[in-house]
Design a protein around this ligand. Sequence first.
Ligand SMILES: Cc1cc2nc3c(=O)[nH]c(=O)nc-3n(C[C@H](O)[C@H](O)[C@H](O)COP(=O)(O)OP(=O)(O)OC[C@H]3O[C@@H](n4cnc5c(N)ncnc54)[C@H](O)[C@@H]3O)c2cc1C
Length: 382
Amino acid sequence: MTEFDYVLVGGGLQNGLIAGALRMRQPESRIALVERAGALGGNHTWCFHEADVAPDSRDWLEPLVVHAWPGYRVVFPNLQRTIDGRYSAVTSERLDEVASAAVRGGPGSKLFLNTEVSEVGTHVVTLSSGGRLEGRVVVDSRGPPPPSGRATAGYQKFLGLELELARPHHLDRPVLMDATVDQSEGYRFLYILPLGPSRLLVEDTYFHETHSLDRVQLRDEVLGCVASRGWEATEVVREEVGVLPMPWTGSPSVPASGPLLGGYRGGWFHPGTGYSFPVAARLAEFVAGRPPADLFGADLRRFAHEHIRQVKFAHLLNRFLFRWCPPAARVPIFERFYRLPETTIGHFYALRLTWPDRIRLMTGRPPRGLSLRHRLRYGTER
Ligand SMILES: Cc1cc2nc3c(=O)[nH]c(=O)nc-3n(C[C@H](O)[C@H](O)[C@H](O)COP(=O)(O)OP(=O)(O)OC[C@H]3O[C@@H](n4cnc5c(N)ncnc54)[C@H](O)[C@@H]3O)c2cc1C
């Protein structure tokens, strides 16, 4: 008999979700979760919209939610809009708590922290220490590979500061995009999460062609923007940075047998946002929803093909944004996006776009500056 039913390599978002879903759907499963850091989940705040996740997955997702709001706002030079629908946040600390308990709470299961994996095979995982773990299913979710340097992606890069303020901010819901900030470097916006009456997470975010990020400069930018809105920061509680690829090529591979590549490593993320929560939750539900012996087969191929179809359209949008669209035309493009029906906006975030959604996204008058001349110039320049 193999030692484990599931060996999960990498204790980030994807495998944290798989561990939680498995404990709910297959309480007796023997899980090994191997993470090279001292805790699971890294240093992130992941958010998701209500429509991003299947109602059936709520039972195992709900314990992860640290904050929830009744909707969100977007702010552009010519548009302010409030969109209803639950928007939830999950922190790394909570993922660590919930996923660790899910692994430790099961029979024959084990959590390996501070443990580096050197090789991942179909059924055997080799540790840097020389040890081996054997599993009926191996899921390799070791996060994104390093940027290739090839021009096949733009990037969503950001620096976020969690700030304690001297006085209440009076925000009742997150601001997903405030694009009324200086736009000299591609498309830029502030992302603001109200985490408490006088606590904010403020991220300065750029959609840009390069992946470099100047932490010192961005820190100053965030504090400058906060001050310009009349908020007085008394303490920086936490800082997080992210450089998320927004590719226009590449697709998840669909293996006939293991290991299953999960999360960013396997292409299970939204190319148009750089985020992976909705897709990772879907994959977790899929893995947990069938016994290990039935994981690889026609169902997985169908599941992956639906994802790939969505990914290909998102690649087209990225190509449009980064290759055809001059930086000055990007704010109007996002402003136009947020004028679309709420269902289309929701389907975009969930990576569940229908054909009518796609037509809505691709038709209409192009923003000023996006002439054919520009498209040709930007399409051939890089
Ligand atoms: C600051 C920040 C905020 C973000 N916010 C959001 C958000 O709001 N919503 C969203 O959907 N996405 C968000 N993202 C994107 C996020 O990175 C991905 O959504 C998600 O973390 C990817 O999950 P993953 O499991 O594939 O990889 P990761 O979460 O990166 O996990 C990979 C894990 O594998 C471990 N590992 C790597 N190599 C080895 C090895 N050899 N041996 C053992 N362990 C190993 C790593 O230590 C890590 O813990 C954010 C990213 C950042 C950086």
